[in-house]
Each structure stands twice: as C-alpha cells, then as structure tokens.
Design a binder for this molecule. Sequence first.
Ligand code: ADP
Ligand code: MG
Length: 338
Amino acid sequence: MSRIAQLPNHLINQIAAGEVVERPANALKEILENSLDAGASQVSVEITGGGIKLIRVTDNGSGIHADDLPLALSRHATSKIKNLSDLEHVRSMGFRGEGLASIASVSRLTLTSRTAELPHAHEIRAEDGVLSPIAAASHPIGTTVEVCELFFNTPARRQFLKSENTEYAHCATMLERLALANPQVAFSLKNNGKSVFNYPAQTLAQRVGTIVGEDFQAACLPVDSGENILRVHGFVSKPTFAKGKSDMQFCFVNNRFVRDKVILHAVKQAYRDVLHNQIVPAFVLFLDIPPELVDVNVHPTKTEVRFRDSQAVHQLIFHNLNKVLAETRADVTDSVSN
Ligand code: ADP
Ligand code: MG
C-alpha cells in the first residue's frame, strides 16, 4: 500500500470544482449569487464563446475590501456565516465559501472590486492556483469577476462541454431564473459582443411578463396564501392556458430556484381535475419558509432542498392552488349557466 499524503490545496479546489462547476452556467450562477448577496441593484453579464472563453459579471454591490481579495478566492472563506447557528438560519444565496475558489482553480480569474470606504479599486488574479499580488485598479463601487478559459487546465472536464450555443443557452436560462427571483435588480446580458437584453428594475408581475411571456402574464392567476410561517405566492396559468411548457415552471424556495418533487406533486394534484392530459401548467411560485425548516445544504449547487415537514409544504401549495383554480371553474360554470 502507498502511504497517505495530504493533497495540495490547488488539487482540493479542482476536485471541489468538479461538484460546483460542471459547466459555464454553474460558474455564472455562483458569481451572480455573490452579486445578489452583495446587495447589487444592477448586474451586467457578458458571455463569449458559450461562457468557455469568457464570463464577465459587473455589479454595483458592496464590494470586497482590498485586504480580503485573496480570501475571496480561498476555499472555506466566507463573509456570510461564522458558526453553526448562522448556517441554520442562512438567508444568503452563498455560504460555503467555495464558489470563487473552485472557479479560480479551473480558469484564469480576475477579481476587481471597490468598497465605499476606499478611494479606489484593487484587483487580484488567479491562475492555476497561484494568486497575483493585489494591485491598484480602476472600478466604481462594486465588483467585476472575469473568468477566462474555463477548464483550460482540466481537459477531461473541458471535453464534456457541449457546443458554445448549448453552453450559452444554459447560461441564459440560469440568468433568467435569477432575474425572475430578483425583479428589483436590473440585469443586462451580452453574448459575443451583442446585447441580448437589458431588464430595468421591475415589479414581480412585470418581470414575469418579461421572462415567462406577456401572454402568460396577461392570463395567469395570482396565488398568495398571505403572510404566515409558511407562505406561497406567485402566478399560475389558468386551466385554459394551452401554451404551457415545462420550461415555464419555476419554483423558488426562499428565492432560490429549486427542483422539488414535493412542490411539483402538489401543483400537479391541484391541476388534476381541471387540466386535460396534454396541457402542462405554467407557474412561477415562491415558497417562503423559515430557514431552519428547510435544508439547502443537500448538494453543493443547492438546487435540491429538504423540508423538515414536507407534508405541510405539500398541503399549503395544494390548498392554495386548488382554491384559485376552483374559483375559475366556478366562473366558467356561472358564465355557462347565465
Ligand atoms: P460564499 O458566497 O459561499 O461566501 P464565494 O467563494 O462565492 O463564497 O465568495 C467568497 C466571498 O467573497 C463572499 O463571502 C463575499 O464576501 C466575497 N464576494 C464574492 N463576490 C462578491 C461580490 N460580487 N461582491 C461582494 N463580495 C463578494
Ligand atoms: Mg458565493
């Protein structure tokens, strides 16, 4: 048997990157979530070559203190939690302190940032696990993360990527989910130098119209269980809305996009009696739940969650959707009988 040896940090980061960043869209998600956690009201995204050549995100959030720049790129270093109790009540999108370290270990990354306290910005570069010295830079208050040549040093991972168009499409989908959950934030996207969209700060209803479609927005039913320990709110399609597609189904738990069987099952059940087989409901649903009643720490990418009481979640969603759908049925019956 070989003797046991501690792995070098850079390799540990690359192994972690395998879980967190499978493709450019995951890197983009980590970077965007940091911008949102930093309270940005404006986020611009530039993508080149499907995000493999370049992902550049600029925000006007709180920025990173110059002295903390190396820490921002270090594994298990975070400003978001300090202890177990923070972890159990976490409301920020990130908290593992591995997003940037993972991305930096598999790309050439430049982090430029300025906080309100300092008169100018600073930047740091990472390449193949080596950090540059911190240098003065020019940048307004906020942060720019530039990721070049993703997976340049992990060719096996690079080979699993699809075409640039497909990778770009995944990035755009990721951005749309985050934009939907954060309508108060302005987002812009450029692909290969061309502007794709420029969303101003909007209300949720406006953002739903922009992203899910004006025809959905015009014809959907609002859902709101009201403020309570558990709350569901959002918009669901009328049973007569025949254009629903599975990519028009969005669930967010505490503002985090998730794929969750409990929620999907409850929605399906609510529509069971009102929808014909081929019609797919479209919906944008937000579940607000105290952080201690849900575990978002199931998987590094956090798209899966575990509820402490999944039956309560199921009932809440089923009951509220069933109610608004039954009202439309009553409307139809009324108008037929009149
Ligand atoms: P996490 O988000 O889990 O804390 P990351 O590796 O994504 O870990 O980021 C590390 C730290 O860098 C964050 O905790 C935050 O303090 C800082 N940071 C990263 N991106 C930004 C940003 N856009 N604006 C402000 N701070 C940032
Ligand atoms: Mg993060």
